[in-house]
Design a protein around this ligand. Structure first.
Ligand code: CA
Length: 188
């Protein structure tokens, strides 16, 4: 069984934080909440959560800065929550090392599915087929990657605009997708 997964939810909108918390608790996780960037960093260093759900628009220290500081010392999976018009923040957040993101308003079920996929990846680095489908980027995104672009920034930007696909994962999925395609077509 192992010990329960501990998740830190950083969100200043109480209603959203409560919904996210209740969905994650239904999945059997332990949830801590922080409503400011300061509290988030404090909570993170004290409790060492297994995953962080991080709103980008926070009072005080921004979500972006929280992401940067966490990443400076940890590879904990981070899912960012972002407003629809916050694309610039989002791209910076992904470049700072967040693993995935959801645009508000988002479905709590989608969030829990993505949490599950990221936790699986963190544990085994191996996604199931359904998780692969969940996180699979759009055809346009895959096309950009399979054209052989080595620019991860370009992949990230395309993925951010066109899909809900995450940065680190999309790179991985892109590679997997490419490998599968090549495996199928040139089996030497
Ligand atoms: Ca907010």
């Amino acid at each position: 069984m192992g010990s329960p997964i501990r998740i830190l939810v950083v969100e200043d909108e109480t209603r959203i934080a409560e919904v996210v918390q209740s969905y994650l608790e239904c999945e059997g996780h332990m949830v801590d909440r922080a409503a400011t960037g300061e509290d988030a960093l404090d909570d993170f260093s004290r409790r060492r959560p297994d995953l962080v759900v991080l709103d980008l628009g926070l009072p005080g220290i921004s979500g972006e800065e929280v992401c940067r500081r966490i990443r400076a010392g940890s590879d904990v999976p981070i899912i960012m929550l972002t407003a629809k018009d916050g694309e610039g923040d989002l791209v910076r957040g992904l470049e700072l090392g967040a693993d995935d993101y959801l645009t508000k308003p988002f479905s709590p079920r989608e969030l829990t599915a993505r949490v599950r996929a990221l936790l699986r990846r963190a544990r085994s680095d191996d996604l199931t087929e359904s998780e692969f489908r969940l996180l699979r980027p759009s055809p346009a995104f895959r096309a950009a990657c399979t054209r052989g672009s080595s620019s991860s920034a370009r992949c990230r930007a395309t993925g951010s605009r066109d899909t809900n696909a995450p940065s680190t994962l999309t790179s991985r999925i892109c590679a997997t997708s490419s490998a599968r395609t090549h495996g199928r077509h040139s089996s030497s």
